[in-house]
Design a protein around this ligand. Structure first.
Ligand code: NAD
Ligand code: WQD
Length: 339
């Protein structure tokens, strides 16, 4: 299939492009490079039989999208493009709604105009809200999320469900990611956040490489086995494989369906830190500080629906996640080069 990947230069998108190309699909990326660097394209090309095609631009630019759909015979779209920093979304909610919700609406208009009706969308476990019992199941109603970022994912899920209900030729898959971590095993691709990382794994990696002095652990008084938060960490390569499966399943099914992509089990912040220390061969400096506002104690996926319907299973455990991140960060201490 020829797949348009919005946000294909970003963390999850770039790894997914590698797996798509290696599965024999053609890839066309649209990315405005707001949170990524063009040098990732060479890294993707080095790991795949065919390089992806690339259009630099914004998904809110209807003319650009129409031109891409005219120039390329697209079969399906995987839609990663969007802003994702939870804390920032509280400060500038309108920017988040504009980029994520309006951007998705523009993409949907362009797809419909081009007669392309197959979409895989990057949703998030955050749509389950703050009160859902664990493990999270797809059948739960989506709830109010704890941030404007999360609200954009909920809004887009509703838009996509309404669209599929109104126009039955659409095939739309909502993939609700849990906590993506890890890097390509080659050490040439990984997560490259701009500025100080918001998320746990890139923060640990930057402490390991000496860019940050110590780990701050947000809370050791949660009702969990060691008092630190528990999350369902999923290796980005497993997540990428999940997109290939979803894309192929979506080609034979219509309607709108949500799937959790998680490992189906939780590990604590301390588990991840200890695993990283093993990969590194030394202990990392850390300090317990107060809880971070908006954090939940523990959540993980019920992963059975994706297994039964898509045939999705995670194959890479936390020691592989941390070893792959350390390989990427140690070879590329400052992330991707600018060009
Ligand atoms: P990322 O920031 O690394 O990648 C997103 C890419 O989209 C970047 O390359 C960015 O330049 C591009 N982009 C942003 N706005 C754009 C626009 N308007 N037009 C064109 N390109 C644009 O993020 P990621 O971690 O790879 O996440 C990908 C998707 O998955 C996002 O939608 C995110 O909300 C979702 N998601 C991520 C996580 C996570 O923890 N990383 C968890 C759940 C869901
Ligand atoms: C994990 C655990 C922190 C950093 C976020 C988004 C979510 C989804 C994935 C997009 C928590 C602790 C963290 C640090 C720490 N993204 N922590 N020190 O918050 O589960 O999920 O990313 O959809 O919507 O909210 O991930 O990696 O930020 O935190 O102790 O420096 O690590 O308190 O318990 P989170 P995270």
């Amino acid at each position: 299939m020829k797949v348009l990947v919005t946000g294909g230069c970003g963390y999850i998108g770039s790894h997914t492009c590698v797996q798509l190309l290696n599965a024999g699909h053609e890839v066309v990326i649209v990315d405005n490079l707001f949170n990524s660097k063009p040098s990732v394209l060479k890294r993707i090309a080095a790991l795949t039989p065919e390089p992806p095609r690339f259009y630099k631009g914004d998904i809110r630019d209807r003319e650009l999208l129409d031109a891409v759909f005219r120039a390329e015979k697209i079969d399906s779209v995987i839609h990663f493009a969007g802003l994702k920093a939870v804390g920032e979304s509280v400060r500038i909610p309108l920017t988040y709604y504009d980029n994520n919700v309006y951007g998705t609406i523009q993409l949907l208009h362009a797809m419909r105009e081009a007669g392309v009706h197959r979409l895989v969308f990057s949703s998030s476990a955050t749509v389950y809200g703050e009160l859902a019992p664990v493990p999270y199941k797809e059948e739960y109603p989506v709830s109010r999320a704890s941030s404007p970022y999360g609200q954009t994912k909920i809004a887009i899920e509703y838009i996509l469900k309404d669209l599929a209900a109104a126009e039955p030729d659409w095939s739309i898959i909502l993939l609700r990611y849990f906590n993506p971590v890890g890097a390509h095993p080659s050490g040439t691709m990984g997560e490259d956040p701009q500025g100080i990382p918001n998320n746990l794994m890139p923060y640990i990696a930057q402490v390991a490489v000496g860019r940050l002095p110590e780990m701050l652990i947000y809370g050791n008084d949660y009702p969990t086995k060691d008092g630190t938060g528990v999350r369902d960490f999923i290796h980005v390569m497993d997540l990428a494989d999940g997109h290939v499966l979803a894309l192929e399943w979506g080609a034979g099914n219509s309607g709108c369906r949500a799937f959790n992509l998680g490992a189906g089990k939780g590990y604590s912040v301390m588990d991840l830190l200890h695993s990283f220390s093993k990969a590194l061969g030394r202990e990392l400096p850390y300090r317990f500080v107060g809880r971070r506002a908006g954090d939940l104690a523990a959540f993980w996926a019920d992963a059975s629906l994706a297994r039964e319907v898509l045939g999705f299973e995670t194959r890479r455990g936390i020691d592989e996640m941390t070893a792959d991140v350390w390989r990427w960060q140690s070879v590329n201490p400052n992330g991707y080069p600018d060009e």
